[in-house]
Design a protein. Sequence first.
Length: 142
Amino acid sequence: MTETQDWNSQIINEFRANEGRVGGPFEGAPMTLVHSVGRKSGRQVVSPMMYMADEQDPELIYVFASKAGAPTNPDWYYNLTTAGKGEVEVGTQTYPVTVAEVTGAERDRIYAEQARRYPGFAEYEEKTAGIRVIPVLALRRA
């Protein structure tokens, strides 16, 4: 198991043991576990991440393919966009979602709000400037 997989496993276990809440660097942040199917491996993958709920639509959340400001998108991004669907755990609920990428001014607005709420996202955007635009995915309850 890689260091990243081990770290993710710890977060996943803490999330499930505490009704969707985790501590440490994510204390108080809205967290979700996103389930996808590996587009190459066919394996089930669970990725913990922060999300932002849509302010008008309770069936919609946004996730950010920041990969902590790495120069490449995370694998889960490609898994979800290839499949167009996935599953999420939010709190104690698990439900299927459809996946759509948010682009243009709407993407910029949503990402800016996430960066305002959680300044680490502004740092990720600085790290990727000129390399890639961090994707924003809309996950809608199916």
